[in-house]
Design a protein around this ligand. Structure first.
Ligand code: SAJ
Length: 401
């Protein structure tokens, strides 16, 4: 069996590699020639534990090769980004372009799967596109939607072991897609239709966004009420049916901070809680920036000089190097506006250097700062001990104080 993966990013590449490691002949397609070149050298362009070794293995033994154009295959998988526009409208132009790109290579009996997070109805829309351009394939190919659910940092394990939700445009397509995923997925594949599978992906990430918003709202209330929110949540979670998540400096990344908009833009009147949660999680980052600025002003008034401020963490969540849609990066940018950069010590232990931010070692920054702002709960920061001589704004719950 041969499978052509369109898109070799954070999801497409690991999936292609794992499929290749399970006896599927994989052709990886990416528009970026640098990505193609890197993969064909047996290397990878993303950071993910364990993936580099597996890539070297499958490229060496010939199960995976990369190129910039698709070719005839038995299975085509679309794993390209679906960003949103400035108005929070989903942009499916990459999915459409990828679909158009594979159109000439489709033949009777092929399976076409979309994995990209997509607004409800996208799979049916792409099916219509395929059948309008290639009418002879009507009812002769299989089309399904199968979203990924893996957590960056644990992708290889989760790709194989997580359950999958698979929805075809008809039951035959669902079965055909399940047959394909069975080759490398040990988790259970749950059958549904394409629209439900699309909505399921959006629901999973919106559910987490809503739950985090609840924790973030509590943190703002507790700040005003003089209550330690970390202790409060720990105690409330002792109840057998309560499981509150952790507040932080906001919600980032390219999934949870994005996918709920695919629901709110299509169902604006109906998605009240989902929309409000998005607003609240965005507001939390703004609130952290304001709180930092007020604290800096107070310090200046009390001490007659500007404080040295350590901004601890830039990534969108702990222990990764990914800064996409990062609330910590937003807060750092906002608090530094209108100030002399020399007063800020910016820390991100998971990256070597940054184009915009001059980075400082975390211990040195903590040592030198008057005000320490914990933006991300990286493991390294947990080694530091609380210091009563400093003003510490622990938005990420590093010290849980
Ligand atoms: N966060 C909190 N408090 C928490 C948990 C997370 O503030 O208690 C914040 C994180 O700091 C981060 C953001 O939420 O800024 C998102 O992080 P995450 O670890 O919750 O999720 P992602 O974006 O890395 O991955 C999610 C996962 N979805 C769910 O857990 C429902 C993953 O399974 C999906 O595959 C991925 O989105 C995706 O690609 O859609």
């Amino acid at each position: 069996m041969k499978a052509c993966f369109i898109g070799l990013g954070y999801i497409g590449l690991p999936t292609a590699i794992v499929a290749a490691d399970n006896g599927v002949e994989v052709v990886g397609v990416d528009v970026n020639p640098h990505v193609v070149e890197t993969i064909n050298q047996g290397k990878i362009h993303i950071v993910e534990p364990g993936l580099a070794d597996l890539a070297a293995k499958v490229v060496k033994n010939g199960w995976l090769r990369a190129q910039t154009q698709p070719e005839k295959s038995d299975v085509f998988l679309i794993v390209v980004p679906t960003p949103f526009t400035g108005d929070h409208e989903p942009d499916i132009s990459y999915v459409e372009a990828a679909t158009r790109n594979v159109l000439p290579f489709l033949k009777e009996g092929d399976l076409f799967v979309i994995e990209s997070t997509s607004p409800v109805g996208t799979t049916e829309q792409m099916a219509e596109l395929i059948f309008s351009e290639r009418p002879e394939l009507k009812d002769k190919i299989y089309i399904a939607y199968c979203p990924e659910r893996v957590l960056p940092g644990n992708i290889i394990y989760e790709l194989v072991n997580n359950d999958r939700v698979i929805g075809g445009i008809n039951p035959e397509s669902t079965d055909k897609a399940i047959e394909f995923y069975r080759r490398f997925v040990k988790g259970v594949s749950h059958k549904t239709n394409a629209r439900t599978a699309e909505m399921c992906k959006l629901t999973e990430n919106s559910s987490r966004d809503v739950q985090i918003a609840f924790a973030n709202e509590l943190s703002i209330i507790c700040d005003k009420a003089g209550i330690n929110v970390w202790e409060l949540i720990e105690l409330a979670n002792k109840h057998p049916r309560v499981n509150i998540l952790q507040p932080g400096s906001g919600v980032g990344g390219h999934c949870i901070a994005v996918d709920p908009y695919f629901i709110t833009s299509a169902f604006p009147m109906e998605s009240q809680i989902i929309g409000k949660a998005r607003e609240l999680n965005n507001y939390k980052a703004f609130w952290c920036a304001e709180k930092t600025q007020v604290t800096m002003k107070q310090f200046e008034l009390e001490n007659g000089r500007e404080p040295v401020v350590a901004l601890m963490g830039l990534a969108f969540k702990p222990n990764i190097d990914d800064l996409r849609e990062s609330p910590a990066k937003y807060i750092a940018t906002k608090v530094m506006q209108g100030h002399n950069n020399a007063d800020f010590l910016i820390v991100e232990p998971n990256i070597e250097d940054h184009k915009v931010f001059k980075l400082t070692d975390y211990k040195e920054a903590y040592e030198k700062a008057d005000i320490v702002v914990m933006l991300v709960a990286h493991n390294q920061f947990k080694e530091l001990s609380w210091n009563d001589d400093k003003v510490i704004l622990d938005f990420a719950g590093v010290f849980r104080k």
